[in-house]
Design a protein around this ligand. Sequence first.
Ligand code: PLP
Length: 396
Amino acid sequence: MLAQRTSLFGSSGTAAARAAAKAAADAGKEIIDLTAGEIWSDLAPTIRRGAIDAIDNGINRYTDTIGMIELRQTLACKISLDTGQVWKADEVAITSGAKQALFNAAMVLLNPGDEVIIPAPYWTTFPAQVLLAGATPVFVDTRNNGYVPHIEDIKRAINDRTRAIVVNTPNNPTGIVYDLQTLAAIAELAIHRNLWIVFDECYGDFVHGHHTHHPIVSIAPEARTRTLIINAFSKSLALTGWRIGYLAGPKEVIHAVRALQSHTTSNANVIAQHAVLAHLRQTDGSYESRLRSQIASARQIGLNVLSLLTRIPVPKAQGGFYFYLDLSAFLRPSERSARAATADDIVNTLLCEAGVGTVSGTAFGDPAGLRLSYGIAPEKLEAGLIQLVETLNAWE
Ligand code: PLP
């Protein structure tokens, strides 16, 4: 008796993996959970103070549907600094996390029958939201090109129905950071084929080694009129539960988002908006750099352990806080093991035998992948990865 649209999506694959790890833990098993897309951290003192002050000041009312003007102005300044361009408050809408920013984008940009290019492996919510908007996701496999989309593959996937391309860098799940040339080529193609670019940079504050995060509008200012920037404080300030994200783009898009959001959620939580505003006004950057060093050191601890894997290449982990393993060697019978294993089999074995929660690549459209989050406490991370390496190296 439910609406047909409910058949278009299941609960997100990452949420299911998290639930499986939690169920095993609740059943009394000791589990090290590497499934979560969030960072283990204390709250920034400025966020805490900002929220408490807002409560003490009796803040309890609706704000403007797309967020407090002071916060939108402050975000416009931040985006201006990030991109080297001038952005104004009327080009920014505050949302309940990046997920709502993406949902709004899908609802205001897509018509039924449109197609949207999504490089695969992909974050599981991208295609689900495209489907909800009545459009069709078209996947471009990046696995044969180091998880970076090949521009010729994108060209081949474009047709008259193509309306948008999703660009997520640093990438969830692959941990890849798109280089300048790739972004420039995507922008050029989008201009040439009249496509929207949905540019998700939620992990932009976490880039490692010599890699740099490039906002696509900085590389190709001429693509700005067709680009929606999607971002949030969920990862950059370890605030997943507070639900503050935003979308920046052309005024007419923001105008449509305002109307849409006025009929869905109205404003994002007011106390969280005040807290983020207080933080952005007062921060000296020390909390952010502590978070970045925590992630950088967790990455190093993780790579040291993962370098002991015998059948799997060490992941690149250029950005974000995910290790993405290529399990191809396990998917076919080999000299060592007559039995082929799927990524789902491996996830189950890791959970049941090694007590390590991981996310199967099937959640990301890649039956050969395995995602491990290194946003957790370092001692747990190291112990979990050692167990994982032992299990995979001993796989028969
Ligand atoms: N975009 C990407 C690529 C993500 O990985 C996530 C969350 O994992 C989101 C958006 C959603 O973030 P939020 O928690 O701010 O809704």
